[in-house]
Design a protein around this ligand. Structure first.
Ligand code: HMG
Ligand code: MG
Length: 298
């Protein structure tokens, strides 16, 4: 049944900015996160404690965390790929982290330089240490709807990996369309398989909008009771190891649609628009969000 309330996980400062060519200053990242907090986003993925050699845009993760003002009611999270990343996150005062596995071997190797099985061993260590330290851990499952190197992925493989991630102790698996290839015809196939293995309350969906299907995918997923969707302010985003991956589903467009459906998010759309405009003014291209474009020209 369609939920009456949806939790939006704002990934713009991480998934959005990790792929921008323009260098964004640490001060501007902090201001962006603070503006997203002012829009009452319930969860903000602030940065990633990954190798700065692999993703230089996220090298200032600790400084961004140090600079932000935490709003009561908002959770602030970060990606961690290994124990070194977890230790950096804990030292920076982070209380919730996310690990990121893939559904396909080639993407796993290109993104984190490990096979899927190796990554699950790493993530077991990360989860054990994080949970013992009192942190919450989320998991992403990339390439769940298709892979830039291996094509379509069998839903049973996705379901099996999602269940294994839950077995590591994560509170939620974000089933992710890394390259924005999913379409509404595919959503039932993947969700039927995944929800046979994992309760819907532990599933989130993470769409990119490369082919313009992200909002339609949300609409197709709502009747299954999925209650958490990721978005990025202004539609920023991509993945440095997924050629052709465009921006994430724009949070602005998502909130506009959910408001229209009478589904609560708690997010202030005017304040979110201001946050999007703030970061948009620092980029070398227009924001992909259709809502943001409409606001700009109104
Ligand atoms: P590696 O080169 O195999 O690992 O990278 P390594 O252990 O040999 O380390 C290489 C160097 O990095 C060493 O430094 C380490 O100390 C250092 P050196 O000795 O050469 O001076 N290092 C670190 N430094 C800081 N923090 C760390 C860390 N780990 C190692 N955590 C590794 C393996 C996993 C580290 C690397 O592949 C990596 O960082 N990958 C991250 C890639 C990434 O961030 N991708 C984008 C995010 S995923 C995504 O966008 C998808 C998602 O949005 C969902 C979806 O849409 O599908 C989540
Ligand atoms: Mg992503």
């Amino acid at each position: 049944m369609t939920p009456r309330r949806i939790t939006i996980v704002e990934v713009g400062p991480r998934d959005g900015l990790q792929n921008e060519h323009v260098s964004i200053s640490t001060a501007d990242k902090i201001e962006f996160v603070n503006r997203l907090s002012a829009a009452a986003l319930p969860v903000i993925e602030v940065s990633a404690f990954v190798s700065p050699k692999w993703v230089p845009q996220m090298a200032d993760a600790a400084d961004v965390f140090k600079g932000i003002t935490r709003r009561p009611g908002t959770r602030y999270t970060a990606l961690v790929p290994n124990l070194a990343g977890l230790d950096r996150a804990i030292a920076a005062g982070v209380t919730e982290v996310a690990v990121f596995a893939a559904s396909t071997e080639t993407f796993s190797r290109k993104n984190i330089n490990q096979s899927i099985e190796e990554s699950l061993v790493t993530y077991k260590q990360v989860c054990d240490r994080a949970l013992a330290a009192g942190l919450r851990v989320r998991a992403y499952l990339s390439t769940a709807f298709g892979c830039p190197y291996e094509g379509e992925v069998a839903p049973q493989i996705v379901a099996d990996l999602a269940a294994r991630l839950v077995g590591l102790g994560v509170f939620e698996v974000a089933v992710s369309d890394t390259i924005g290839i999913a379409h509404p015809g595919q959503i039932p196939r993947v969700l039927d398989a995944v929800l046979a293995r994992v309760p819907v309350s532990e599933i989130a969906l993470h769409f990119h909008d490369t082919r313009g299907t992200a909002l339609a995918n949300v609409l197709a997923a709502l009747p299954y009771g999925v209650g958490t969707f990721d978005g990025s302010a202004g539609g920023l985003g991509g993945c440095p190891y997924a050629p052709g991956a465009a921006g994430n589903l724009a949070t602005d467009d998502l909130v506009y649609m959910l408001d229209g459906l009478g589904i609560e998010t708690g997010v202030s759309l005017p304040a979110l628009s201001e946050a999007s405009a703030f970061i948009g003014a620092r980029l070398d291209h227009p924001l992909p969000s259709r809502y943001a474009q409409a606001v700009k020209h109104s």
